[in-house]
Design a protein around this ligand. Structure first.
Ligand SMILES: [Zn+2]
Ligand SMILES: [Zn+2]
Length: 345
């Protein structure tokens, strides 16, 4: 079979590689991959970012946002069947560490990822532990099913802390997950959804997915613009996806006193935080990592299965696996939101 792999360290080094079809071992399943999305983590691997990428053994088949059909069951797998359509939770949790035992498997101390620690889903087949499989109705389109993993982050971000229902919400950063958060916040009953992104295409997309307003935080003072559309009150919830220090500060400054600040985008560098301001303004700061397993999957699939959220606009390209490297280039050139790779079969 073919795989799209990171073959060498440093920037780039993405190439099609040939492999034997893997077999499912005890407790594992093999998926015939139907669709797999390229995401920000894959771009970090492309750029050989210090945090996750450099622990990888190369070559490694990439891809962790996947939909497929089970075509082989390893020994001891009981709750799944050949022919089941599944998406994958990308966190391979250990199930035995302290967070796992406290129903916080998304914070597992020993988390491993397909496409980083084991071969991933940019391939004709992928083998993973059965415990990360989420079964979908067979009629759910595979491209949608492949986006449930990133969508889960958006839903998780919307439902932590005070949630979003009947609240004013700022989504700062409208990449794929930010856009999904716009749609999720709208579907979950936000009173007002304000989106911010420097890219005009993304702002336009945010408005199409349910934002009441969208602002360019480079061209305007975001906190002032948010003030203007909230009666100078500010938002109850600011969800920060941009990962930029300026974005972090603008989102924080857009909050009403005692609002919720939810951090999803990881800033690349340490930054100063004025704890006196924090004390005086009293925001609740919440970090969002992955998805609650399986609570977030239940919540996010309820929205997708019942057509309350349409993820199709986030999928900007569908490419055959053999042209997968082009998906990375399209993202680099700012021309793609979420390219979905489809094996040739
Ligand atoms: Zn991802
Ligand atoms: Zn664990």
């Amino acid at each position: 079979m073919f795989g799209l792999s990171k073959i060498e360290s440093g920037v780039g080094g993405i190439a099609l590689t040939e492999h034997a079809v893997p077999d499912a071992g005890p407790g594992e399943i093999r998926l015939k991959v139907a669709a797999a999305g390229i995401c920000g983590t894959d771009m970090q691997i492309y750029h050989w970012a210090p945090r996750m990428a450099r622990r990888m053994a190369l070559p490694r088949i990439l891809g962790h946002e996947v939909s497929g059909v089970i075509d082989q069951l390893g020994d001891g797998v009981e709750d799944l069947a050949i022919g089941d359509h599944v998406s994958l939770e990308s966190h391979i949790f250990c199930g035995t560490c302290d967070p796992c035992r406290r129903d916080r498997a998304h914070l597992c101390e020993a988390t491993q990822y397909p496409g980083i620690d084991i071969d991933g889903a940019f391939a004709d087949y992928v083998v993973v532990p059965a415990r990360i499989a989420w079964r979908n109705p067979a009629e759910l389109p595979h491209e949608i099913a492949a986006m449930l993993e990133p969508f889960g982050i958006a839903v998780h971000a919307c439902l932590e802390g005070s949630g979003v229902a009947d609240l004013r919400v700022l989504i700062n950063g409208c990449g794929p997950i930010g856009l999904m958060a716009v749609a999720a916040a709208r579907a979950l009953g936000a009173r007002q959804v304000i989106a911010a992104d420097p890219n005009a295409l993304r702002r336009n997309q945010a408005e199409q997915m349910g934002a009441d307003y969208s602002f360019n935080p480079v061209a305007v003072d975001l906190a002032a613009a948010v003030g203007d559309v909230t009666g100078q009150v500010g938002v109850d919830v600011a969800i920060e996806f941009s990962g930029q220090e300026a974005g972090f500060r603008a989102a924080m400054a857009s909050l009403t006193k005692g609002g919720d600040f939810r951090l999803v985008g990881a800033p690349a560098h340490p930054m100063e935080l004025d704890l006196t301001q924090w004390l005086l303004r009293c925001p609740t700061i919440i970090n969002i990592h992955g998805r609650r397993i399986w609570r977030t999957w239940e919540q996010s699939t309820e929205l997708v299965y019942n057509n309350k959220v349409d993820l199709v606009p986030v999928m900007s390209h569908q490419l055959p696996l053999a042209e997968g490297a082009r998906g990375f280039e399209l993202i680099l050139q700012g021309e793609a939101l979420k390219p979905i790779l489809v094996p040739n079969g």
